[in-house]
Design a protein around this ligand. Structure first.
Ligand code: PGA
Length: 256
């Protein structure tokens, strides 16, 4: 299966800095059929970057979006407005769920809105540290998955990407909180089984499953060789162009 490296820049970089970064990335990258590289800048940078980007090498993702198409939603940007600017949309990131109170209902509507506007949803799921400690991971992941996907038809599910991001492993600086490949493999297997129960084995097998949570050049290779994992969602390390490029190079080697 194709693999994906997605850089989530979160609320970092000015428009100018984003453009300089993209230029550097574009110069270093060669187009690869088996690997899709995606970057996700802030809303303000998306439109200018969409004019600059070489789509053979790189694609853009929105970090969030409003599921309504148009209307009186002050401060919001809809997937309809993002259509043609981005190819992907990160949906249900834990920071959106926790800091912006996005519910499964909002997330489900966003997945549907993205699909309706030819934007590939990257649906993020992941448990908190407490849920992890109390053995509730599978229940939480099942609820988030089924909650986010319940309006997606069997035909459309092949246009969705899932990202497993355990919240306790996001933006950690100590190895103590890194998720181990075995732990990720168990949850990834569970996600695949849950998708299989809903959409059938043949369809479930084709849905890309990414891992995210403190990915860096030293652990990327280990994560990319987990059997059920088809790519990485990178936060902090994607802010440093050289680290992000290293991760892309590692992914290319794993693909070959
Ligand atoms: P991190 O972020 O790589 O800094 O842990 C990942 C994410 O939040 O998507």
């Amino acid at each position: 299966m194709k693999s994906y490296i997605v850089g989530n820049w979160k609320m970092n970089f000015s428009v100018g800095e984003s453009s300089v970064y993209l230029h550097k990335l574009s110069q270093k990258l060669r187009a690869s059929r088996g690997l899709t590289v995606v970057v996700s800048p802030s809303f303000v940078a998306l439109q200018p970057l969409s004019l600059q980007i070489d789509r053979k090498k790189l694609r853009l993702a929105a970090q969030a979006g409003n599921p309504h198409d148009f209307g009186a939603y002050t401060g919001a940007v809809s997937y309809t407005q993002l259509r043609g600017i981005v190819d992907y949309g990160i949906i249900g990131h834990s920071e959106r769920r926790q800091l912006f109170h996005e519910s499964d209902k909002d997330i489900r509507a966003s997945v549907a809105a993205a699909l309706r506007n030819q934007i590939t949803p990257i649906l993020c799921v992941g448990e908190t540290e407490t849920e992890h400690t109390f053995g509730e991971t599978e229940d939480v992941i099942r609820d988030q998955l089924l909650g986010g996907l319940s309006e997606v038809s069997t035909e459309d599910i092949s246009k969705v990407i899932i990202a497993y991001e355990p919240i306790w492993a996001i933006s950690t600086t100590t190895d103590a909180h890194l998720a181990s490949p075995d732990e990720i493999g168990d949850v990834a297997g569970f996600i695949r089984r849950t998708l299989k129960d809903t959409y059938g084995a043949a369809t479930a097998k084709e849905i890309p499953l990414l891992y995210g949570g403190s990915v860096n050049p030293s652990n990327a290779g280990g994560y990319l060789t987990i059997p059920e994992i088809n790519g990485l969602l990178v936060g902090g390390a994607s802010l440093i162009a050289d680290q992000f490029i290293d991760i892309i190079e590692i992914a290319k080697k794993v693909q070959d």
